[in-house]
Design a protein around this ligand. Structure first.
Ligand code: APR
Ligand code: PHB
Length: 393
């Protein structure tokens, strides 16, 4: 058994854990990242790819903005379709924009930045367990290559995603969980075809929701709503592209080019918030603390904003010996998180086919979209949430 010490022990080496590690290191706060999976696995995960401008600024300040600025695609609007109807929502009037840049690429930039600064990233750290989270000196236990390790820390950052151990270490009588599970999933395909349109298009259709997004001028990421018990193996490439076309307005469907899928997977949809985000010396951030359905692409943006706030609080603890920011972390972050939860759940409810829904429910969805099309105030509110201007912490 080996024993070591650090200031902040970070559980999870996804975007949240890596960014926290980077921000703390830049401020001279010592930290160690314990990640259950291998480096290759972490680098290969395909997730969403829409980044708010405020989040781009945080990433630049963390020293991981260079490739994002070079290769990211700047978007000034988005399309929403319902059957054959198409609505264009312009962000420019509000001086807003979004950057389309895959989370896979951002993860790569973060891993490279941590390695360049000599950060301690422990991959394949098994059986991570938190001891003494209520006391002043918590300890992280883990196993690596058959050897047991103990890492003493001042703080533990729970950045280990929805299925991690951190949240589960908070006593059941302290932790409150709020959840909505949706009765469908998204089947996503990554393929080397040009984007269907220059902007993203979210489509509400009788056959189910569809989304055409992109990663570059030559690579697309597209989704169709599917059953929860569906199996990605049952979806041939041809079936996927046919279904996508069937859910888009005819003139957009004609623009769809097809190619073999590079990646094809099904993700369930969930809205989830845990509270509080702090218990003793344990602080939760990112997917460990909350989940949004992917409609609206808020997951990564929320995670980055959590971590930015958490890093500032920890840095203030060490530099200024002030715990005011740490004390207010949970309440401040939760206010912002609930706003994003509201928007993501609303957009999900407006665009998807819910089993057993009535013709009244469908007319409500269409009226919501018509409201966006006809009311400048409704569009402004949408843009404020979609681009993140309303979600500043
Ligand atoms: N011990 C160590 N590491 C763990 C453990 C554990 N018990 N459980 C999970 N992990 C690791 C996972 O392997 C993963 O690499 O924690 C990491 C969590 O990463 P993510 O799930 O990506 O969560 P987060 O870093 O908060 O990223 C924010 O934004 O768009 C959303 O869901 C999307 O991943 C994205 C998220
Ligand atoms: C994506 O590009 O993968 C994406 C874009 C927008 C979303 C969800 C996913 O709302």
């Amino acid at each position: 058994m080996t024993a070591s010490r650090t200031q902040v022990g970070i559980i999870g080496g996804g975007p949240s854990g890596l960014l926290l590690s980077q921000l703390l290191d830049l401020a001279g706060v010592d930290n160690v990242v314990l990640e259950r999976r291998s480096r290759d696995y972490v680098l290969a995960r395909v997730r969403a790819g829409v980044i708010e401008q405020g989040v781009v600024k945080i990433l630049r300040a963390a020293g991981v903005g260079a490739r994002l600025d070079r290769e990211g695609l700047l978007h000034h609007g988005v399309e929403i379709a319902a059957g054959e109807a198409r609505y264009h929502i312009d962000f420019a009037a509000q001086g807003a924009s979004l950057t389309v840049y895959g989370q896979t690429e951002l993860t790569k930039d973060l891993v490279e930045a941590r390695e360049a600064r000599g950060g301690t990233l422990v991959y394949e750290a098994g059986d991570v367990a938190i001891e003494g989270v209520d006391g002043k000196q918590p300890r992280l236990h883990y196993r690596k290559d058959g050897v047991s390790h103990v890492l003493g820390c001042d703080f533990v950052a729970g950045c280990d995603g929805f299925h991690g151990v951190s949240r589960k270490s908070i006593p059941a009588n302290v932790l409150k969980m709020h959840e909505r599970v949706y009765p469908f999933g998204w089947l996503g395909v990554l393929a080397d075809v040009p984007p269907v349109l220059p902007e993203l298009i979210y489509a509400s259709h009788e056959r189910g929701f569809a989304l055409c997004s992109m990663r570059s001028a030559t690579r697309s990421r597209c989704y169709v709503q599917c059953a929860l018990d569906d199996d990605a193996e049952q979806w041939s490439d041809a079936r996927f592209w046919d279904e996508l076309r069937a859910r888009l307005p005819a003139e957009v469907a004609r623009q769809v080019r097809t190619a073999p899928a590079i990646e094809k997977s099904i993700a369930p949809l969930r809205s989830f918030v845990a509270e509080p985000l702090r218990h003793g010396q344990l602080l939760l951030a990112g997917d460990a603390a909350h989940i949004v359905p992917p409609t609206g692409a808020k997951g990564l943006n929320l995670a980055v904003r959590d971590v930015d706030q958490l890093a500032a609080a920890l840095i203030a603890h060490y530099r200024e010996t002030s715990d005011a920011l740490l004390d207010e972390y949970s309440a401040t972050a939760l206010r912002r998180i609930w706003k994003a939860e509201r928007f993501s759940a609303w957009l999900t409810s407006v665009l998807h086919v819910f089993p057993g829904r009535s013709s009244f429910d469908r007319r409500m969805q269409l009226a919501e979209l018509d409201q966006l099309a006809s009311s400048a105030a409704a569009r402004a509110a949408f843009v404020e949430s979609y681009t993140g201007a309303a979600l500043l912490s």
